[in-house]
Design a binder for this molecule. Structure first.
Ligand SMILES: [Zn+2]
Length: 298
């Protein structure tokens, strides 16, 4: 997957370089002044770093003057990047490189539906329409406000874990998705998937030899949705969940769990060893979705 993206970015940079070269050749054919400037540029390499800097600056100003004479914008001979943040490399930051937002979005697009962050489910699209009454609407608004603040303080929010629970159709998944989307918007890597999908990926890992576990454990924000609806496969489901919950809670990593199960029901299903890590009061904010009965589906 990441190989494909490397090629994608390389192609972007190549086509940008080609376009630039083409523009340069056309201008040099129209006006020998441009060719002269290129000759000056080639001599800069022999200069001291300080001298080179001054000379390049002077050449650039001269070039902008020429472009103006031809009625062209001053950046006409600058490379055109699709993403100016990373200059189409996919990475930002020096000396410590991290993925650019544009790259994270591309990675999201390559994921399957059940493991993808939905770009339409964001805090900007929050709507009270799904709530059947004033109480649940108020509750939903408060939770949305809390979740948005949480997302805006990633990767190190004050309280590192959230447990969103309550009956279906109250927008729990929406909140989880909105937090993951906001994280990526802010340049924090996020992974959103259902517990079902997690189990499936671990099973696939047995045959491919590529375990997804380190990804679940290391990603700065993990949103695990639909906890409690996955099949309980012996030696897989509980073991995976324990590893993830144990390592993320002891590392104080931002983790959002979403479930229809109350904390008590969670303990019944997975046992105290797992449930205590997911709802550990010292590091977890419990967010119950309350209110009257349900009006529609999800
Ligand atoms: Zn970028």
């Amino acid at each position: 997957m990441s190989m494909d993206l490397e090629t994608y970015y390389l192609n972007l940079r190549r086509s940008s370089a080609r376009q630039l070269q083409q523009r340069r050749e056309e201008l040099e054919a129209r006006d020998p002044g441009f060719a002269l400037l290129q000759q000056k540029r080639s001599r800069v390499f022999a200069m001291t770093p300080q001298g080179a800097k001054l000379a390049l600056n002077a050449i650039r100003l001269e070039e902008e003057g020429l472009l103006r004479q031809h009625g062209l914008p001053r950046d006409y001979l600058q490379p055109v990047y699709r993403c100016s943040l990373c200059r189409d490399t996919g990475y930002v930051g020096e000396p410590l490189k991290r993925k650019c937002t544009c790259r994270m979005k591309l990675e999201q697009e390559q994921l399957s539906e059940s493991a993808r962050i939905n770009p339409r489910e964001t805090f900007e699209h929050f709507s009270g329409g799904i709530y059947p009454d004033q109480i649940s609407l108020q509750n939903g608004k408060q939770i949305a406000a809390f979740c948005e603040k949480y997302a805006d303080t990633l990767p190190r929010p004050k309280i590192c874990q959230l447990y969103l629970f309550g009956q279906a159709g109250r927008g729990k998944s929406f909140m989880g998705n909105a937090m993951a989307a906001r994280a990526i918007e802010r340049g924090v890597e996020a992974l959103r998937l259902t517990a079902y999908r997690m189990t499936e990926e671990v099973m696939q890992g047995f045959s491919t030899g590529l375990s997804p576990l380190s990804r679940y454990v290391q990603v700065p924000l993990l949103v695990l949705d639909d906890l409690g609806t996955e099949p309980m496969i012996p030696n897989v489901t509980a073991e995976t969940l324990f590893s993830v919950a144990d390592q993320r809670s002891s590392g104080r990593l931002a983790t959002v769990y979403i479930s229809n199960l109350t904390p008590e029901e969670l303990t019944d299903r997975y046992g105290d060893r797992i449930a205590s890590r997911i709802t550990d009061k010292a590091i977890t904010k419990l967010l119950p979705f309350e209110g009257g009965s349900l009006r529609g589906g999800n």
